[in-house]
Ligand binder design. Structure first.
Ligand SMILES: [Zn+2]
Length: 129
């Protein structure tokens, strides 16, 4: 919905100047949600490794984002949101910690860990009343 605080939003709120509104990862003049999630070279590589076609995708239409060819219909929305969340978290690591997690590290962050199985089971119990 364009509500995350990418640099274009900070520019609109006069928190940064135009010269500081670019992508922290590449040469894009404006960091927008669409750029961060779908167009930045890192994001493109991320989705390409997963085999997800992001042609024409927009964060405003995230509910229409179709990764079913990769993950099937069962966890389609959770998968998409989880991937977007970790792209956002990675961006924040670049901006605030001056770290640059690799593609492999970002992909690994998207995995459920076996230690989280208890949480998944608890959610399923609650949501399957
Ligand atoms: Zn970029």
């Amino acid at each position: 919905m364009g509500r995350i605080h990418t640099r274009d939003a900070l520019l609109k709120k006069h928190i940064v100047e135009l010269c500081g509104a670019g992508c922290p990862e590449c040469e894009a003049r404006l960091e927008t949600p669409d750029h961060l999630i779908f167009a930045c070279p890192f994001a493109c590589a991320f989705w390409a490794v997963l085999g997800v076609d992001t042609t024409g995708c927009s964060t405003r239409d995230l509910h229409l984002f179709d990764a079913s060819a990769t993950v099937g219909p069962a966890s389609l929305y959770a998968f998409s949101l989880l991937c977007c969340w970790h792209l956002w978290k990675r961006r924040n690591m670049v901006v605030f910690r001056r770290e640059s997690p690799s593609l492999a590290t970002t992909l690994k962050a998207c995995r459920f860990r076996s230690s989280e199985q208890d949480h998944v089971d608890a959610w399923l119990r609650v949501l399957c009343l």
